[in-house]
Design a protein. Structure first.
Length: 146
């Protein structure tokens, strides 16, 4: 059994309410419930955290280095395009991650095209809505077993 950390960044607490034509109709709780079921069925432990605060996310990434976290699935929302401090925390943690984005960043405004995490992640899943999280977990399971 491995411990997997799922981090959701700013405004993702508004999923299901905020721009459903872009982000879908699933709430964050819906997504987390499915991820919990998926992890339980695969025999893994999951911890999920959403925060609108960059500092809270950095603190949790730093904690992951020492709490037995084996893999991370991250959607840092708007911090994807702005947070060098969060990138530095991810590098210091030395835990593999997969980056997830509900929308296709490359079909959106130019400032969303750059990710400070894409080059340090195992991979990125963009534009597949909430299913992207589930696909990221499947990929994490395969990496953890191999």
């Amino acid at each position: 059994m491995a411990k997997i950390l799922v981090l959701h960044g700013p405004n993702l607490n508004l999923l299901g309410q905020r721009e459903p034509q872009i982000y879908g109709s699933d709430s964050l709780q819906d997504i987390n419930d499915r991820l919990q079921q998926q992890c339980a069925a695969a025999g893994h432990e999951i911890d999920a955290l959403q925060s609108n605060s960059e500092g809270v996310l950095i603190d949790r990434v730093q904690q992951a280095k020492t709490d037995g976290t084996a893999f991370m699935v991250v959607n840092f929302g708007g911090f994807t395009h702005t947070s060098i401090a969060l990138r530095d925390a991810m590098l210091a943690a030395e835990i593999p991650c997969i980056e997830v984005h509900l929308s296709n960043l490359h079909k959106r405004e130019a400032f969303r095209h750059h990710s400070y995490f894409a080059d340090i992640a195992v991979g990125s899943i963009v534009g597949l809505g909430a299913q992207g999280y589930e696909l990221a977990l499947r990929a994490a399971f395969e990496r953890l077993s191999g």
